[in-house]
Design a protein around this ligand. Structure first.
Ligand code: ZN
Length: 67
């Protein structure tokens, strides 16, 4: 299962209205894109954005540091 952490070289981010999370995902069953934040919340497929947004979720930042 290939992991997706960026699209066209841009990192995936999700702004939930108060925090910006880092997002990763994978393609399942050929063409279904599943996305979730590094702090393990589901992300609606059309809610993620690409770009160098500063991640502000501390749980996501911790996971990014660990990687
Ligand atoms: Zn997060």
């Amino acid at each position: 299962m290939a992991k997706i952490e960026n699209i066209d070289g841009l990192p995936l981010r999700f702004n939930d209205g108060s925090l910006v999370h880092a997002v990763q995902g994978s393609v399942v069953q050929g063409d279904i894109l599943l996305l979730w934040t590094l702090c393990l919340h589901d992300v609606p497929a059309d809610a993620a954005v690409t770009g160098d947004l500063q991640v502000t979720c501390v749980n996501c930042l911790e996971e990014m540091d660990r990687a």
